[in-house]
Ligand binder design. Structure first.
Ligand code: SF4
Length: 323
């Protein structure tokens, strides 16, 4: 049985202007010790997918279809009360800029211990001991539990947030842009740390980012999202070496390749669609240089084109044959 199976998930937001299909028919899975990257521009549905797993949606959002199977149990069907036992204990989320959420007037150790007491019902003494162990785990000396957040750098604060996410030994950690506010060196250190912890504890890891380049080294498989849907999904090699979707291709060219030959970075023309007025046919067609008439009228199915490699594009063969 898979650790996590998300099947045909639909999460919609009802706002005064209408219904936003933020996540529309999204499927992916994750095994113990596996890392999945979810990538796309702002508003593509990647964060909503993560929030749906932990049922942390804002009040306008609702899961209207599909399943979220955690070791076979459908989280989508659980009440707010029932999902509580899975948050932190089974699924932890480390949010973008979460380091700024640390309480400035509370010692680091007390903040980590608070989460342990709340979710593990430990004594305060045991929780402080575990807080020091968790700091060591994220490569911060345990005695620093007595420091305040202002005594930590940005990278160290993000490590503290990871320590908090680990506090209840979750089966899955979701990192939503966990390194966005950090410089490149610190970003690499944090990603290496997450990689080490994932292997050491055989956890599932979902990394959400707008930067496809950081997924190449970090993730076993990658899902590319556009306008609430997955447009391409496969192994890291599928996505980078056998790219089948024009949007993925553009995302790859948005970031410098530090290993390969020098190429010009390119932006993606146009802007992501207004989610209240998603274009007809393939939602990417107004921005796609390969678009033909069929793209304007018919939504391409997301079909498995080759073992585990799914692409939703009418012209995937043309795209994949280009190097
Ligand atoms: Fe471009 Fe057409 Fe493929 Fe959509 S289906 S990505 S518009 S070629």
């Amino acid at each position: 049985m898979k650790l996590l199976e998300v099947k045909n998930l639909r999460t919609y937001f009802t706002i005064s202007q209408g219904t936003v299909k933020a996540v529309d028919d999204v499927s992916f899975d994750l095994d113990h010790g596996e890392a999945l990257g979810i990538v796309g521009e702002s508003g593509c549905g990647k964060t909503t997918s993560a929030l749906s797993i932990a049922k942390l949606l804002p009040k306008e959002g609702k899961i209207v279809g599909g399943e979220i199977l955690l070791e076979g149990e459908d989280l989508a069907k659980l009440s707010d009360e029932e999902i509580q036992k899975h948050r932190w204990n089974d699924v932890s989320i480390c949010f973008q800029g979460a380091m700024n959420a640390l309480n400035p007037v509370m010692k680091i150790g007390e903040q980590i211990a608070e989460a342990i007491v709340l979710h593990h019902k430990s004594s305060e003494k045991d929780a402080m001991k575990k807080a020091a162990e968790l700091l060591e785990l994220v490569e911060i000396p345990g005695e620093r539990i007595n420091n305040y957040p202002h005594e930590f750098s940005g990278g160290m604060k993000q490590r503290v947030m990871i320590a908090m996410a680990l506090a209840c030994d979750p089966k899955i950690i979701i990192g939503d842009e966990p390194t966005t506010a950090l410089d490149v060196m610190v970003q690499a250190q944090i990603l290496n740390l997450l990689e080490r912890l994932r292997t050491e504890f055989d956890m599932g890891f979902i990394l959400i980012t707008h930067d496809l380049s950081i997924l190449a080294e970090t993730c076993d498989k990658i899902a590319v999202m556009y306008a609430g849907r997955i447009v391409e999904k496969g192994s890291s090699e599928d996505i980078f070496q056998r790219t089948g979707h024009p949007y993925t291709k553009k995302l790859i060219k948005c970031f410098p390749d530090i290993k390969g030959k020098k190429t010009m970075m390119e932006g993606i023309p146009g802007a992501p669609p207004n989610m209240l007025e998603i274009p007809s046919g393939c939602p990417f067609h107004p921005r796609c240089e390969y678009a033909e008439e069929v793209c304007r009228t018919s939504m391409p199915d997301n079909i498995e084109r080759h073992q585990g490699h799914f692409v939703a594009c009418h012209k995937w063969e043309v795209i994949r044959s280009e190097r």
